[in-house]
Design a protein around this ligand. Structure first.
Ligand code: UD1
Length: 424
C-alpha cells in the first residue's frame, strides 16, 4: 500500500488540462459489448477503475489495444464468457454496467452482486426491476445476478428513484430490445447523455437523454466508429476547489463549463473570481473563502461527488455553513479525518455543520473512499505542516495523474510505500 505526503501551504497557480470523464468512460466501455464492428474510444482517463473495466471485458473475451494517447481500440467485442466475477466487481461497483449490454446482445448475463461499500448500501434493485419489465428473467444465486432473455421487449418503464448507472444499464439494454422503450424518471447527468450520444453514433435510436424521459427505438445491432468521452466535471470541480482553498489562480483547459454551473455559482459565492469560455475556466482567489451552505442533488445540482471537497473548503472558510448530503446515506467518512487535522465539524444525520477555522494542521490520515481521499488532499495542501494520507489506492481509482497535475500547479506531494500506522 502506498501513501502520499503533502507539504502544506504551497502556492497554487497555473494551467492544467482536464482528463476524460471516468463516469462517462466506464459505461461507454461497457456499451462496446453491443457493437459488431471495431470501436475507438478517445480521451479515456488513465485510472484504476478504467483498468478494472478493461480487465473485466478482456476476461470475457473482448480484444483491444491502447495507444500512448490512451485511445482504447476495441478490435473485436465478441464475448465468449458472460460472467462478471466477484473479484472484479468488488473492486468497482460500476462493473454492474456490463449486465444490460450482455443480456441484450447474448440473452444471458451472470454478474456478481456488488454488495455494500464505504458510502452506503447502494442497492441495484432498480436496475433489476426495469430489466425484468423489459422481459428478462432474473434470479440471484450464490451472490450472483443471473439474467436471461431470448429477446428483450420494449416497454414504458419508470424508475422509483433517479439512478445514474441504473439509467445507463437500461438504456444500453433497450437499444437492442424489440420496439420502443420509454424510460421515465431517468437520470439527467451529462454522463448519461454522453453514453446516449455514443450509442447513437454507433447506430442506436435514442432521444431525450439528458432529460427525465428517454425514448429508445430498438435496432437489431450496433456498428462501430470513433468517439471521444466528455471531460471529467468532478476532476474539474476538485481542481477549482483546490485553487479556492489555496487562494490561487488557475486555468482549466479541455473542460466543459456548462456541466459545472451550480458548482461555479457556489465558488463565486465563496469569493472566487471566475471567467469561462467554451472549453476553459479561469479562477482566481485572493482572500480566505467565505463559508457557503450546500445541499447535494442530482444533476444539475451540486454533485455528491464534490460534497467531501466542499466540506474541506468550508473547514477553512470564514464563517459557519451546513452541507447536506441527499444522495448517499453514509458519505461523511472524511469528516472524522478532517477533525484530526483541526477542523470543527459536527454531524447531525445527513447534515454536516462546519465552523471554519483559520488553519488546518497536518496529520496522518486515512483515505476511506474515492472522493473522501480528494478532500484530504485538498485539506493537506492548505494545512500547516505536513499531511500523510494512507490507503491512497482509493484516489487512484478515480483521478488521473492527480499528483502530477497538482505538482504542476505548485503543490508538493510525494508518493511512497506505506508505513503501517493504521490497522482497521
Ligand atoms: C453514480 C456515479 C457516482 C455518483 C452517483 C450519484 C458512476 C460510475 N458512478 O453512481 O460517482 O456518486 O452516480 O451521482 O457513474 N439506488 C437505489 N437502487 C438502485 C440504484 C440506486 O436505491 O437500484 C440509490 C442509491 O443507493 C443512491 C441513489 O439511488 O442512494 C443514487 O445512486 P445512483 O445514481 O445509482 O449511483 P451510481 O449509479 O451507483
Amino acid at each position: 500500500m502506498q501513501n502520499l505526503t503533502i507539504k502544506g501551504t504551497c502556492e497554487i497557480n497555473g494551467t492544467v488540462q482536464v482528463s476524460g470523464s471516468k463516469n462517462a468512460a466506464l459505461p461507454i466501455l461497457a456499451a462496446t459489448v453491443l457493437c459488431h464492428q471495431p470501436v475507438c474510444i478517445q480521451k479515456v482517463p488513465h485510472l484504476k477503475d478504467v483498468t478494472t473495466m478493461l480487465s473485466l471485458l478482456g476476461n470475457m473475451g473482448m480484444t483491444f489495444s491502447i495507444d500512448h494517447k490512451l485511445n482504447v481500440f476495441i478490435e473485436d467485442s465478441t464475448l465468449n464468457l458472460y460472467e462478471a466475477p466477484y473479484d472484479l466487481v468488488k473492486q468497482m461497483r460500476a462493473s454492474v454496467l456490463v449486465l444490460g449490454p450482455m443480456l441484450a446482445r447474448y440473452g444471458y448475463a451472470k454478474v456478481s452482486l456488488p454488495g455494500g461499500c464505504a458510502i452506503g448500501t447502494r442497492p441495484v434493485d432498480q436496475h433489476l426491476k426495469l430489466l425484468e419489465q423489459l422481459g428478462a428473467d432474473i434470479c440471484v444465486e450464490d451472490g450472483y445476478i443471473i439474467a436471461k432473455a431470448k429477446k428483450l421487449k420494449g416497454a414504458t418503464l419508470t424508475f422509483d428513484k433517479e439512478t445514474v448507472t441504473g439509467t445507463e444499464n437500461i438504456l444500453m439494454a433497450a437499444c437492442l430490445a424489440e420496439g420502443q422503450t420509454i424510460i421515465r424518471n431517468a437520470a439527467k447527468e451529462p454522463e448519461v447523455e454522453d453514453l446516449a450520444d455514443f450509442l447513437n453514433q454507433m447506430g442506436a435510436k435514442i432521444e431525450g437523454a439528458g432529460t427525465n424521459t428517454i425514448k429508445i427505438q430498438g435496432v437489431s445491432k450496433l456498428n462501430g466508429g470513433a468517439y471521444q468521452v466528455i471531460p471529467d466535471r468532478i476532476e474539474a470541480g476538485t481542481l477549482l476547489i483546490v485553487a479556492v482553498m489555496a487562494r490561487g489562480s488557475i486555468t482549466l483547459t479541455e473542460c466543459q463549463p456548462s456541466h459545472l454551473e451550480h458548482v461555479l455559482d457556489a465558488l463565486k459565492q465563496a469569493g472566487a473570481d471566475i471567467e469561462v469560455g467554451d472549453t476553459w475556466i479561469k479562477l482566481s482567489m485572493t482572500a480566505r473563502p467565505k463559508a457557503i451552505s450546500l445541499v447535494t442533488d442530482v444533476y444539475p445540482g451540486i454533485p455528491t461527488d464534490l460534497q467531501a471537497q466542499f466540506i474541506a473548503m468550508n473547514a477553512i472558510a470564514d464563517g459557519e455553513s451546513k452541507v447536506e448530503e441527499t444522495i448517499f446515506e453514509n458519505r461523511f467518512m472524511h469528516v472524522s479525518e478532517l477533525l484530526r487535522m483541526g477542523a470543527d465539524i459536527t454531524l447531525d444525520r445527513n447534515i454536516a455543520v462546519i465552523k471554519g477555522v483559520k488553519h488546518l494542521v497536518g496529520a496522518k490520515v486515512m483515505a476511506t473512499d474515492l472522493r473522501a481521499s480528494a478532500a484530504l488532499i485538498l485539506a493537506g495542501l492548505c494545512a500547516k505542516g505536513s499531511t500523510q494520507i494512507d490507503r491512497i489506492y482509493h484516489i487512484d481509482r478515480g483521478y488521473a495523474n492527480i499528483e502530477e497535475k497538482l505538482c504542476k500547479l505548485g503543490a508538493s506531494i510525494q508518493r511512497s510505500p506505506s508505513s503501517h500506522f493504521h490497522t482497521a
